[in-house]
Design a protein around this ligand. Structure first.
Ligand code: ADP
Ligand code: MG
Length: 333
């Protein structure tokens, strides 16, 4: 559906995109993931014909965006980083205006505007002035305009920036629905954001594609059981001395536990060494009840930070770790 070939973009001396190539299949939901300044918006702006590349080609459904911009753009709905909204228009008025620009037939306009409003749940906002809407609703109006004309491809640049956690979760549902009918590309600098809804994640950093795979496969490449959080009942010093007999466990860090009479420990082995059995053997040989054991191996978030070479965020607290595990995909950050 989309072919991007040898794309390079320079802003003056600054190389924003360095010869990147990728393809997007029809119906795919692709996430661009990267820190600020990675080149996500630049890539999207070139793909949608907003700005020109320095070198390289983009084809949308076989059509060259530079050679036949109108024909290529007709297949794309775009929500840029700053949505192109007119504050003094009412939602209905604005969507009808965009529909006319997109050459939606006047006989179909009413139905299509109703359809996109329903898709992003803004029916109740129809008569409101855009400037009076909350950020979340303005963002939805931006999505609705991108959907007008029923384009094959929808591209959204950081669509959830500035939304609160509840709105973000609602948006995920909208993305999943959109992904069923359109080829969808969205960008984010938050891992969970893209891994929750995308078939594939492309990690971009400093104008390069660092990785491109399903969220599952990105996670599967990681070591299992090499870093564990355990809760043990008993005396801290006795537990520490028992652990010292197991050389496979390289690092031991004691943390206060919230449960009376127990201590939590962060234990790690060498890279790719599974220490779970050693932990079990150690505790059982010393009759120290092991009350909990869970993995602290790299999350997708941490892989992302590793790949992009960013500073690791502060070590999460035990409580937060548990929250992350129990809330699963509803977790947002
Ligand atoms: P992202 O969307 O991933 O945050 P951008 O594509 O906006 O990244 O930016 C990529 C790089 O190009 C950044 O270093 C940014 O400062 C630079 N850049 C983006 N737009 C311009 C511009 N109009 N003029 C000069 N530099 C720009
Ligand atoms: Mg951007």
């Amino acid at each position: 559906m989309i072919k991007v070939k040898n794309l390079t973009k320079r802003y003056g001396q600054h190389l924003a995109l360095d010869n990147i190539s990728f393809t997007v299949e029809e119906g795919e939901v692709l996430g661009f993931l990267g820190p600020n300044g990675a080149g996500k918006s630049t890539t999207m702006n070139i793909m949608t014909g907003y700005i020109a590349s320095t070198e390289g080609e983009v084809h949308i459904g076989g059509i060259d965006i530079v050679a036949e911009p109108e024909k290529a753009k007709a297949q794309i709905g775009y929500l840029p980083e700053t949505p192109p909204l007119y504050g003094d228009m009412r939602v209905d008025e604005y969507l009808n205006f965009v529909a006319s620009i997109k050459k939606v037939k006047s006989s179909e306009r009413k139905q299509m505007v109703a359809y996109v409003k329903e898709a992003v749940h803004i029916e109740d906002m129809s008569k409101r002035l855009i400037k009076n809407l909350s950020k979340g609703y303005r963002q939805r109006v931006g999505m609705a305009q991108a959907m007008l004309g029923n384009p094959k491809v929808i591209i959204m640049d950081e669509p959830t920036v500035g939304l609160d956690p509840k709105q973000i979760i609602e948006m995920r549902e909208v993305f999943r629905k959109l992904g069923k009918k359109h080829t969808l590309i969205l960008s984010s600098h938050i891992m969970q954001e893209v891994s929750a809804v995308c078939d594939r994640v492309m990690i971009i950093n400093k104008g390069h594609i660092m990785a491109s795979d399903t969220p599952e496969r990105l996670a599967a490449g990681l070591a299992q059981g090499h870093k564990m959080l355990v809760r043990v009942k008993g005396d801290k010093d006795k537990i520490l001395s028992a652990l010292a007999d197991y050389s496979i466990i390289k690092e031991v860090k004691a943390i206060a536990s919230r449960e009376l009479g127990t201590i939590d420990f962060e234990l790690s082995g060498d890279e790719n060494i599974d220490i779970r059995e050693a932990i079990f053997s150690c505790m059982s040989a010393n009759s120290m009840p092991l009350l909990m054991m869970k993995s602290l191996d790299l999350s997708l978030e941490e892989i992302f930070l590793q790949i992009t070479g960013q500073e690791q965020v502060a070590e999460p607290q035990t409580e937060e770790l548990q929250a992350t595990q129990t809330t699963g995909e509803e977790q947002v950050s």
